[in-house]
Design a protein around this ligand. Sequence first.
Ligand code: NQM
Length: 349
Amino acid sequence: MRGGTSKGAYFLADDLPAEPALRDDLLLRIMGSPDERQIDGLGGAHPLTSKVAVISPSADPEADVDYLFLQVVVDRPEVSDRQNCGNILAGVGPFAVERGLVAAGEQETSVRIRMVNTGDHATATFPTPGGRVRYTGDAEISGVPGTAAPVVIDFPPGAGELLPTGKAVDVIDGVEVTCVNNGMPTVLIAATSLEVTGYEPPRDLEEDLALADRLHSIRLAAGRLMGLGDVSDATVPKLTLLAPPRDGGAVTTRTFIPVRCHTSIGVLGAASVAAGLRIEGGVGARLAATDPESDRVRIEHPTGFLDIESSLAASPGGPPSARRTAVVRTARKIFDGTVFPRAVDRPTG
Ligand code: NQM
């Protein structure tokens, strides 16, 4: 399925081995990793198209289904559960209805989802006229051609700290950063403090090897400050370069996930950016144009913008916390069938 601006393989948990090492080995062979072209599997040779959702009925009374997100690394034999994905999340509700885990409503269906990676919850609402998922509609999201049915996703406040380092600003390698987590650990950096404008195309930024070195070093240090430990092999925290808006939004972004530069922006990444822009004294507040009267934040990215509703709750004497986050995405069923994984390699000779 396509979920938002990502694409992945969605599985019922029961159809995969329960043992994580066996499951991951199978998923690598299904997606065609490790191989930078993923030529022998379903993966699309980019982190945004090498994703897996594992869905099962939930034992949590607050949820209908459990959603485990797995990032299948393209060019290394690695599968990571250390991050969540709000784009792939957009396909979880429709998948749950298609597979009979949740009964469809006559007009629309709301599916309560427990996101296993973080323990946070989300509710996805989408049209199901006559009890069948409708994928067509007039919602448009930047980064996806055409229009489709809206999937409205609501996120109640998560359990973690919005400012995991306890500070609005940390200085790493002489660069001011704001470390924020509103569903996705993200390091906000003013693009100009890394000698780029923040308006460059993703490919130009990816080819800047000096920039890559600096981002790598900042990320390792930020990971430790954020309590994530050694993140050299993890896909979090993400790094978002910020610049003043150019198209009427609140801010322009270029997000590293964490090596490739996102062609748009992740949903939970955007949730973290939106919340981060409202942190008093943070690097985002200085250059963003947020409207204090409105929860709506338009985040510009390389292929357009993402609108997100984000509000914070002040806590007297302490850092603020997230109150509510909501976003509109779309999703589409692309293929339903049997996948034939690459066989386990046998030694030759
Ligand atoms: O932040 C890419 C994506 C994502 C994650 C990434 C996402 C999110 O666009 O919620 O959706 O940051 O690796 O799919």
